[in-house]
Design a protein around this ligand. Structure first.
Ligand SMILES: *Cc1c(COP(=O)(O)O)cnc(C)c1O
Length: 230
């Protein structure tokens, strides 16, 4: 039993270490803990990790109540507007803002708890129909329209994307580059003086080495650290 646990512990730690050691300066790891038990999160926590990503509100709420308060929780999944209120008091970053309506609800709930919530705009670059997000053009149009400027409860910090789930590295790279173009355009047009607008959230277990070559500042890795989800 003890040996078992020890092996599991050192393996989470060593997987974390090997990912962390591959990251360039300024790039951070979100350890995606969805569907994994709090015990495994604690192992990563004890190895020194503090940034965890979840994609379901109820699961996040339950885990958070059982885990140390200094964990930085990032929300990475599709977020329903009626659930924003539950996470608004504490969430460190919402990566998956996929509609103007969601952004204004985050703003509203953030103001209720006197917060400014860091948000990323999710850009749809993958070929799959089912992926959420703004198309690059929708994102540029939304920013040009300007309603975000009066939302003092949100801090726009960058963009997020998910590449297609394919084996073609060139295609994945091309999709990351499309999101990176959106980031660069927004940075130049609206945030040149704003250091907070710096995040490019892309790269998962299967494609993070490609993401690192294409401007990622936040990688979101789950199964490579915690194993297959159950
Ligand atoms: C699950 C998930 C990840 C992590 O996926 P892995 O393949 O387990 O690394 C990253 N980003 C999002 C949005 C996810 O839902």
């Amino acid at each position: 039993m003890f040996t078992d646990m020890f092996q599991r512990m050192s393996s989470i730690q060593s997987r974390l270490d090997s990912i962390l050691s591959s990251l360039p300066q300024g790039t951070r790891l979100v350890a995606v803990s969805k569907y994994h038990p709090v015990e495994m999160i604690m192992e990563a926590y004890e190895a020194g990790h503090r940034i965890f990503g979840e994609s379901h509100v109820q699961e996040l709420q339950e885990k958070r109540s059982q885990l140390p308060a200094d964990i930085e929780w990032h929300f990475i999944g599709h977020l329903q507007t009626n659930k924003v209120k539950y996470i608004a008091p504490y969430i460190s970053m919402i990566h998956s803002v996929d509609t103007p309506h969601l952004l204004s609800e985050i703003n509203k709930q953030a103001l209720k708890c006197s917060r400014k919530i860091p948000c990323l705009l999710q850009i749809h670059v993958a070929q799959e129909e089912t992926k959420f997000g703004f198309t690059p053009q929708e994102c540029l149009d939304f920013m040009a329209e300007g309603s975000w400027r009066s939302m003092s409860g949100i801090q726009l910090c960058g963009v997020m994307c998910m590449a297609s789930n394919v084996d073609d590295d060139a295609q994945i790279a091309c999709e990351f580059e499309r999101a990176r173009e959106v980031f660069k355009t927004l940075k130049a047009q609206y945030f040149a003086q704003d250091d907070a607008f710096r995040e490019c959230s892309w790269g998962m277990s299967d494609d993070y080495p490609i993401a690192l070559q294409h401007g990622s500042t936040l990688i979101r890795v789950g199964s490579l650290i915690f194993g297959q989800r159950v």
